[in-house]
Design a protein around this ligand. Structure first.
Ligand code: ADP
Ligand code: ZN
Ligand code: ZN
Length: 733
């Protein structure tokens, strides 16, 4: 029974439906937007997030169910974030409920209660130097901690104590027992501990900082377009420090964590413990903890990957996006969005500056500078002595190969090792070999769920699918014809590692790819090795291509980039140029000139020629010209409708329905519509996929077609038989 004075509230529920849900709220309910409630839903219960409240309902009030229970005292999405989710839902045409729950920490997406984790800190009870001196003799470990606490009267938190002594806990316990030290709950923010020795800024860095400093009070997009190693990170750190001094908070986004440990170390050395960390290697709970600490203002910096963008706080002053061109900023499943673009929107809504940085900016970002909406700063010199190496081509048409390396390449590797350099070899293919087949009958090891080959992984003695995770044993004979031998072809990082290790038994060969870094310890020991500066060979996939700064690396090698020259993707050239400049830029960062080589069979190819002779900036300008002529993004906008089903014909039929809806709109003929057609890898994880692609030179045309169509499209519900989704600003066609 409804109480007469109840109110009506709209809720977002994480469902692929373009609507909100109405429930009745008790008059006594505080009805704070952004709080979660348990809601009766069909015959079960769902979690919903309160959006708005009103006194009237447009539906029959007697048929509206009351909510079951309120889950939050304090909203998990603030007003500003709610506005941002509405914008995302509208811009990306994603169901609001899904967007809303995408923007809260995974830990809170269900009905788990919020329990703010409070931090403890320890301080000296009696800052009595005699007593402490006395400890010096009797217990050096206790002395060490007391001495640190004496220097920091506001106390130290656990992570700080851990830096002094990894096994700090029993020591502090003993001090507590002696009544020398006491803990309390931390109330004030963790203070930044500025390092005394900052590097002297280069003229270029100074100019950039001065220029940005004049525009810190308002929204502006600043693009730092600076060669690898030109000191962009140093600029971010200075800007962040200014914000912290002004009492504001900062979100600092980095690409998907690979070798980002180094960056974290650099930030913490520089700014102390005043940041929270959030990335995919952490548990949901740890990420929630980070989100909560930042929200409460206990830490001033949120340093993390894509979804850290949705961290909330009261006084955000700056957003920094490092390696802004990186593809990991785009979420490609579920709610599709681009973190860079959403971040720019967020900065605009808050009227604060945002800084994007890259040695290889995305063509979109360069295009935006042309249209004069961004400020672009160019940094062309490294503060260290040596410029990034040019890319040198190694013509491998007539070469002898060993595990993917041409003889000429190995000679160069040996030279660098002999001169105590570290060598980086980039090969973007994990596993031992990408192809397993029978030479008698032509059988190939294909995935049973995907249109893809299984990759041979010797380390786990299996054939694995990199798309769906399917795995099977390695057949001893051909499953098709029974021939007693199957062969493998092509080279993956595992095989490269084994080959190099056998050939250079006295040299450390370190492999870093997704298979290895599952173990944090394994990764850590490899990074320590690199840091030590001892000669070694570092092998890896795209994880080692970006973001790190190991000064002992003097040679970068790219083994196999030729495939990209013949890719069907209009983005392939941009991506290849970015990868090559990033990989080559890892070399020569210390006190020796670096070198970079590219193995290729196509030395005369115009793009390969350009890579060897021109700057990224020049190449990007050329690629932008091409895009303009062809009418591709950023000079056009792309929206893709995707469908997947157990049978291909159902996926195609759904897209045909969608096309019919689109065709009824007024301006449909002003855009190009391609499809429905099967997607590139048609079968993936057991489902057939198809797509329908819309391209428009004029965004308004596209927008008008879509907004006229949405009401009808919203009724074409997804089902388990066939589901469909919209991909706005799709990354690829
Ligand atoms: P980027 O982010 O552009 O790749 P970094 O900020 O990582 O460049 O700088 C590259 C290297 O140069 C780092 O080792 C950094 O410590 C050093 N560096 C940066 N700025 C300066 C400076 N002004 N003086 C001396 N060294 C610097
Ligand atoms: Zn066979
Ligand atoms: Zn598969």
């Amino acid at each position: 029974m409804l109480v007469p004075q109840s109110r009506f509230a709209c809720f977002a529920i994480a469902l692929p439906l373009y609507r909100v849900f109405e429930y009745a709220l008790d008059a006594s309910d505080p009805a704070v937007s952004g709080c979660r409630y348990r809601l009766p839903f069909n015959n079960g219960v769902k979690t919903g997030l309160l959006l708005t409240v009103s006194d009237a309902s447009e539906f029959d009030p007697t048929r509206i169910k009351p909510v079951q229970e309120r889950l939050d005292e304090q909203p998990i999405l603030g007003e500003h974030m709610l506005t941002l989710t509405r914008w995302m839902s509208d811009y990306y045409l994603q169901p609001l409920g899904e967007v809303v729950f995408q923007c809260v920490p995974a830990y809170l997406r269900g009905s788990r209660p919020q329990h703010p984790l409070r931090l403890k800190y320890w301080r000296l009870l009696k800052p009595d130097s005699d007593l402490i001196e006395d400890l010096r003799r009797r217990s050096p470990r206790q002395f060490e901690i007391c001495e640190a606490l004496l220097k920091q009267p506001s106390g130290l938190i656990a992570t700080q104590l851990k830096q002094i002594n990894p096994n700090w806990h029993p020591v502090v316990k003993a001090l507590e027992a002696k009544n020398l030290v006491r803990w309390d709950w931390l109330e004030q923010p963790v203070s930044a501990v500025p390092t005394p020795q900052l590097p002297v800024l280069t003229d270029e860095q100074r100019e950039v900082l001065d220029a940005i400093a004049t525009r810190l009070d308002h929204f502006a997009v600043h693009l730092l377009d600076g060669i690898t190693g030109s000191g962009k990170t140093e600029i971010y750190l200075r800007m962040i420090q200014q914000q912290l001094e002004a009492g504001r908070q900062v979100i600092y986004l980095v690409p998907e964590i690979g070798l980002t440990n180094q960056l974290i170390e650099r930030v913490s050395q520089r700014l102390g413990e005043c940041f929270a960390l959030s990335h995919s290697a952490l548990t949901d709970f740890q990420r929630y903890q980070a989100w909560d600490r930042f929200r409460r203002g206990e830490v001033s910096i949120m340093l993390g990957t894509r979804s850290s963008l949705f961290s909330q706080c009261d006084n955000l002053g700056l957003i920094v996006i490092d390696e802004e061109h990186d593809h990991s900023y785009r979420q490609e499943d579920g709610v599709r969005y681009h973190a860079r673009d959403v971040a720019i929107k967020r900065a605009q809504m808050l009227d604060i500056p945002i800084v994007l940085g890259s040695a290889t900016p995305a063509l979109e970002s360069i295009g935006n500078c042309e249209r004069d909406t961004y400020f672009r700063y160019q940094l062309d010199r490294r503060p260290t002595r040596f410029a990034p190496p040019p890319i040198e081509l190694i013509d491998v048409r007539n070469s002898r190969f060993e595990f993917g390396c041409a003889a000429q390449t190995l000679t160069r590797v040996e030279q660098h090792l002999a001169e105590s350099g570290q060598v980086l070899i980039y090969l973007n293919r994990r596993g031992f070999a990408p192809i397993v087949m029978c030479h008698e009958c032509g059988w190939q090891s294909l995935c049973r769920n995907c249109d893809a080959r299984l990759t041979l992984h010797q380390s786990v003695k299996s054939l694995l699918c990199h798309h769906c995770g399917f795995s099977q044993g390695i057949p001893e004979s051909c499953p098709e014809c029974g021939h007693d031998e199957v062969k493998h072809h092509g080279i993956g990082t595992e095989q490269l590692e084994r080959g190099l290790q056998q050939r250079y038994p006295d040299t450390q060969v370190l492999r870093i790819d997704r298979d290895v870094i599952a173990s944090r310890e394994a990764l850590k020991s490899r990074l320590q090795q690199l840091q030590s500066g001892e000669p070694c060979i570092l092998i890896g996939t795209q994880m080692i291509a970006k973001g790190h700064d190991y000064p002992a690396i003097t040679l970068s090698v790219v083994l196999d980039a030729d495939q990209a020259l013949f890719s069907a993707s209009y983005r392939a050239s941009e991506r290849l140029a970015q990868t090559l400049f990033q990989v080559s830029g890892r070399s020569g960062r210390g006190d020796r000139q670096g070198e970079a080589i590219l193995q290729t069979r196509f030395t005369e190819h115009p793009l390969i020629q350009a890579l060897a002779r021109q700057s990224y900036r020049k190449i990007a300008d050329g690629l932008l010209q091409e895009r303009r002529l062809l009418g591709f993004p950023p000079y056009a906008r792309v929206v893709i409708f995707r469908a997947d089903a157990i049978e291909l014909k159902h996926a195609l039929a759904k897209l045909e329905e969608i096309r019919t809806v689109l065709q009824t709109t007024k301006r449909f003929n002003a855009l190009s519509c391609v499809g429905p057609m099967p997607a590139l890898m048609t079968r993936r994880i057991g489902r057939y996929r198809a797509q329908l692609c819309l391209i428009a030179q004029d965004y308004q045309v596209l927008r008008s077609v879509l907004s006229q169509s949405m009401p009808a499209l919203e009724n074409l519900a997804s089902s388990s038989r066939v589901s469909w989704s919209i991909d706005v600003d799709a990354y690829d066609l």
